[in-house]
Write a protein of this length. Structure first.
Length: 421
């Protein structure tokens, strides 16, 4: 009997894990500079939170959720995205009573029952951020620039920022009607999903990836022509800030996003090097969601980065090797073995990765082991070395060798002492 991880769920192990850790460290660093605090929400929530937060008529809620009944008979769901949980927490913990803006970020697994393929998994990681309490476009600009800085700090370049505004409760109905009028006569020719979207949320037809639908919707009304004065001013304000900071972006009038809760600004970051699954991050403003969750009216905006997709891009541009210890301590005889263990511990205490051979073996086999671990140096201690107080070191890469006092090994390998002189 051999066990395997579930389809669409992957183990992340060395050497890849180092790319993940580096990206997470870069993100945490940038979040800190922008005043975002980490939050860790449960991965399992009451199902209604996602239905309410994401919207009944979305791909996620209609067909992608891991929903089941727990032993207490409650319907629970593994989170498919982060925003609904963050908003639930924001309202539950009364974070709106704290001085705005409240800025939160998270890093963690999401679950969607999708068809696994390149760049698409059933368990995947997102790094996300949400800022509550500011309606002004300067917050939209800050969020977009922070996202750009995170991606840059992670080592990515050549990404395209696509931006749109999808209006608000005041102007969306007119735009919706314009779309209904446009699609109306031809709707039977669209895919079955789009035919359903026509009734439920015609904006989402603009998001359909089916080639025939893309063709049919050429020339559909552009949302920018329907924005109310408030939405228009907001959008123009945002673009003006981005322009003055030299942030490059593309206006994409079809960028409507798959989630129902967005208002005004929506954005997506894409890469041309990823094939079909080219979105590496996406986000937008959601000024009504906190109210929907029973909190006071609170404007908010956020984004989520798809970790697997940026790790894929980063792995293309760097070669990953295994990590190797700095020192391998080889010993001969039980007295030396004890001394060797002390040295290994002292090296570790001094911040150096040190390994030992665990149990007795010939010097030859210990050095072979040192070589296999990729250690930079071998340190050899036998009877003679114990008596003289001097251990032998060997540079495993460059071939040099020499002596070092047993009681100063930790300083020798951790400090500035040069071994190549
Ligand atoms: P897509 O159009 O690719 O399905 P989406 O609109 O469903 O994306 P969001 O909900 O906006 O995606 O999630 C933000 C980011 O999370 C995406 O841009 C993507 O990088 C990543 N992501 C979403 N779904 C998956 C998945 N199943 N596997 C891996 N990454 C994903
Ligand atoms: Mg999706």
């Amino acid at each position: 009997m051999k066990y395997a991880a579930l389809k669409g769920m992957e183990d992340i192990i060395a050497p890849d894990i180092e790319v993940w850790q580096a990206v997470e460290a870069a993100a945490r660093d940038i979040f800190g500079r922008y005043g975002f605090q980490e939050m860790r929400a449960p991965v399992l929530e009451s199902t209604d939170i996602f239905i309410r937060g994401i919207g009944q008529q979305t791909d996620i809620v209609e067909k992608e959720m891991y929903t089941f009944t727990d032993k207490g008979g409650r319907s629970v769901t593994l989170r498919p995205e982060g925003t609904a949980s963050v908003v639930r927490c924001f309202v539950e913990k009364n974070l709106h009573t704290l001085p705005p803006p409240q800025k939160l970020y998270y890093i963690g697994q999401m679950y969607r029952y999708e068809r696994p393929q390149k760049g698409r998994f059933r368990q995947f990681y997102q790094i996300g951020a949400e800022a509550f309490g500011v309606a002004a476009p300067s917050m939209d600009a800050e969020i977009i620039m922070m996202l750009s800085n995170i991606l840059q700090a992670a080592g990515l370049s050549g990404l395209n920022f696509e931006i749109n505004s999808i209006g608000c409760a005041a102007c969306r109905p007119q735009y919706r009607q314009a779309l209904l009028d446009f699609f109306g006569g031809m709707i039977n020719e669209y895919c079955p999903d789009c035919q359903r979207r026509y009734e439920a949320n015609p904006l989402r037809i603009l998001d359909c990836k089916v080639p025939r639908c893309i063709e049919l919707r050429q020339g559909s009304p552009a949302v920018k022509d329907y924005l109310c004065a408030d939405c228009r001013t907001h959008f123009e304000g945002l673009l003006a800030i981005l322009d003055s900071f030299g942030v490059s972006y593309t206006l994409n009038p079809n960028l409507v996003r798959g989630l129902d809760y967005y208002t005004k600004t929506t954005f997506e970051v894409t890469s041309e090097h990823l094939g079909a699954q080219k979105a590496v991050a996406a986000g937008g403003r959601y000024d009504r969601l906190v109210e929907e969750f029973g909190g006071p009216a609170t404007p908010a905006i956020g984004f989520a980065i798809g970790m697997e997709r940026i790790v894929t891009l980063l792995k293309e541009s760097q070669t990953l090797g295994p990590k190797t210890p700095k020192v391998f301590v080889a010993t001969l005889g039980s007295a030396a073995e004890m001394e060797g263990m002390k040295i290994v511990e002292a090296l570790r205490a001094a911040g150096v990765w040190a390994e030992q051979s665990y149990g007795s073996a010939s010097l030859k086999s210990q050095l072979r082991k040192a070589d296999r671990t990729g250690a930079e140096f071998a340190l050899i201690i036998g009877e003679n070395e114990l008596n003289s107080g001097m251990a032998q070191w060997k540079d495993m890469k460059k071939g040099g060798q020499g002596e070092v006092a047993i009681n100063s090994v930790a300083g020798f390998f951790s400090g500035g002492i040069r071994t190549d002189e």
